[in-house]
Ligand binder design. Structure first.
Ligand SMILES: Nc1ncnc2c1ncn2[C@@H]1O[C@H](COP(=O)(O)OP(=O)(O)OP(=O)(O)O)[C@@H](O)[C@H]1O
Ligand SMILES: [Mg+2]
Length: 236
């Protein structure tokens, strides 16, 4: 592909040089009887146009080859299945909001030298409000991500409502655990579209309720005013 453009350019200019040199030779030697100057310049223009069109065509093939490669990679991601699955006879109901970390250790990869979390023993009762304050990179987000089972623990166990998170049906568990991470993403569209990611059939009242639950009164009020206004975000 890298050679395509220079090669095509070379062919175009070599073609023109060929037409020009042989054409001029023919015009001069025949004194314009075999081929006239006007005819030669017409041949030159036409051959240039044909070569440029062929160049465009070759670019199309390059683009097709590039898209096929991208399609393969996108399909690879779409086909990827999660290694985390719901167990047989999975629990559907989460009894309460209690969270227990029993001697939890976790590392992101088997090959990782260092544990992201090491021997964490933490017990939070249902309804309790807990703040975990620590330096950046100290695994606060990692700790939170173990609760909806975005990762499985390496050692120990995480319990929600008194049951190991690995015993729950994944959808039920994740519907019962709400996580608001520090890096929030808004998609282009209306605020309503963004709110409906959680539940595509949510009614206006339910969406307003969700905004209020998220404890952001400014957003909840703005939603009433702007829920039908499209928002456009810069491409990232
Ligand atoms: N997906 C990942 N794969 C491998 N390592 C990760 C991954 N996510 C985070 N880490 C590493 O785990 C450690 C803890 O990261 P984490 O994001 O949990 O910290 P944090 O306390 O939330 O930090 P911050 O205050 O910046 O939000 C860091 O060393 C980080 O580089
Ligand atoms: Mg974090």
């Amino acid at each position: 592909m890298a050679l395509n453009n220079p090669m095509m350019q070379f062919c175009v200019y070599a073609g023109m040089a060929f037409v020009l040199s042989f054409g001029s030779y023919a015009v001069i030697t025949s004194q314009g009887t075999e081929i006239a100057v006007g005819q030669m310049s017409a041949i030159l223009t036409y051959s240039f146009q044909i070569l440029i069109s062929l160049m465009m065509l070759s670019m199309v093939f390059v683009m097709i080859a590039m898209s096929m490669e991208s399609v393969e990679r996108i399909v690879e991601v779409l086909k990827e299945r999660s290694t985390l699955t719901s167990p047989d006879n999975a629990l559907i109901e989460v009894k309460d909001g209690s969270i227990d970390f029993d001697n939890v250790s976790f590392k992101y990869s088997k090959k990782a030298e260092r544990m992201a979390l090491s021997d964490v023993d933490l017990h939070i009762k249902s309804g309790e409000l807990i703040g975990i304050l620590c330096g950046t990179g100290s695994s606060k987000s990692t700790l939170v991500q173990l609760i909806p089972r975005l990762y499985d623990v390496t050692e120990g166990c995480v319990k929600v409502g008194g049951e190991d998170v690995r015993r729950y049906d994944l959808d039920s568990l994740r519907n019962n655990v709400a996580v608001v991470l520090q890096k929030n993403v808004l998609f282009s569209g209306t605020i309503k579209d963004n709110l409906r990611w959680g539940n595509p059939d949510a009614t206006d009242e339910e969406m307003l309720e969700a905004c209020k639950l998220a404890q952001n009164p400014i957003f909840a009020e703005a939603w009433v005013l702007y829920c039908r206004t499209p928002i456009f975000l810069p491409e990232q």
